[in-house]
Ligand binder design. Structure first.
Ligand code: ADP
Length: 263
């Protein structure tokens, strides 16, 4: 029974063992709670798009629309929700693989400048559509890092997509530079920002700032946990700072190693 705690009477090895065991019991309890919450979240996230799919398909089947435009609007919702489901299932699968340590990385010496270029090219159109300026500054002569190029691009695209999604006006700035024997990659936006008391949770699975605005912006709430985990698997770290109404900045940092040295 996890709720049972040992009474600590002695102030010796037995006492500290009891303390240790209590600590483990608490940890197990926490793990059990998070797991339960995780499955509750998954069910909720899956149920919402399925409800839309079912509902709008029925409206069309029963011809409960008046004009063709109206019908097309419902079809578009069905399409959007199917895409959301697809995205969600892919993300869940990815996260599960990572947590079991089953993700395969193809490690090689990679040029972050090239990766920034590729990712920015893929996001330019989206940024342009929203009237956002997308601007890069890349330091010269930044040493290669030992990592997985495609995964790194995936992480960067994720941060850039978020930056576009959560910015209404202004610019997104991507910077790559070397500092204190680290390669630093920063994605900075002038978007809506993240409240101070919520910033600690944004790397948690399914966490979204203000639940109500999440549907409006789309997304699964799994992008950041996946991105952070990938960066850590590659030996780096991910940091965030933000100010509501001013903008958000994500930083990825990789320790630079001598070529030939392994991770
Ligand atoms: P989502 O798919 O909902 O974007 P993420 O895991 O990528 O999920 O992000 C988690 C939450 O963090 C988002 O729902 C959003 O509220 C917040 N967030 C992420 N990036 C930004 C950003 N650049 N500006 C403001 N809020 C952000």
């Amino acid at each position: 029974e996890l709720e049972t705690r040992l009474e600590i009477r002695q102030n010796d090895e037995v006492g500290s063992l009891a303390l240790e065991i209590n600590h483990l019991a608490e940890e197990l309890q926490r793990y059990r709670d998070t797991r339960q919450e995780f499955f509750a979240n998954i069910s909720h996230e899956l149920r919402t798009p399925i409800t839309y799919l079912e509902g709008y398909a029925k409206v069309i089947m029963d011809r409960l629309y008046e004009t063709e435009e109206e019908r097309d609007k419902y079809l578009e919702i069905i399409h959007q929700e199917a895409l959301r489901l697809q995205h969600l299932v892919n993300d869940l699968f990815e996260l599960a693989k990572m947590e079991e340590g089953k993700i395969s990385l193809s490690l090689e010496w990679i040029d972050l400048a090239e990766i920034v270029g590729n990712a920015v090219r893929k996001i330019e159109l989206k940024a342009g559509d929203k009237g956002l300026l997308l601007d890069t500054s890349i330091g010269s002569g930044i040493p290669l890092i030992y990592g997985d190029g495609l995964r790194m691009e995936q992480v960067l695209i994720n941060l850039l997509e978020n930056a576009v999604r959560y910015t209404e006006a202004g610019q997104i700035h991507v910077r790559l530079y070397e500092k204190d024997k680290h390669a630093c990659l920063v994605v900075e936006d002038t978007g809506i920002g993240i409240p101070d008391d919520e910033i600690a949770y944004i790397f948690d699975r399914f966490y979204r700032v203000e639940k109500s605005r999440s549907r409006q912006y789309g997304g699964t709430g799994l992008g950041l946990p996946i991105a952070k985990k990938l960066v850590e698997l590659l030996g780096g770290q991910m940091l965030v700072s933000s100010k509501v109404g001013v903008g958000t900045s994500f930083e990825i940092r990789f320790p630079l190693k001598e070529q030939g040295e392994t991770v």
